[in-house]
Design a protein around this ligand. Structure first.
Ligand SMILES: [Zn+2]
Length: 66
């Protein structure tokens, strides 16, 4: 069983599609920072469990946490 899930979401800074892998064996919630491959700014990624057990991804800019 593959516990790596590839997810896609838009960068909160430049809006470009980002693709990244998350490890479902880590459990939920997960929080980590991934630099945008286009604008290189740090995206704060939050992964939580949805109602069907599927990962729900949220991208935030650093500005949102101030
Ligand atoms: Zn970007």
């Amino acid at each position: 069983m593959n516990m790596l899930r590839t997810i896609q979401a838009s960068c909160p800074y430049c809006g470009e599609r980002q693709r990244m892998e998350i490890d479902l064996t880590e459990g939920f919630p997960q929080e980590f920072v991934s630099d945008c491959t286009v604008c290189c700014r740090p995206i704060e990624v939050t992964v939580t469990s949805g109602s069907q057990g599927d990962p729900v991804i949220r991208f935030r800019s650093e500005d949102d946490t101030a």
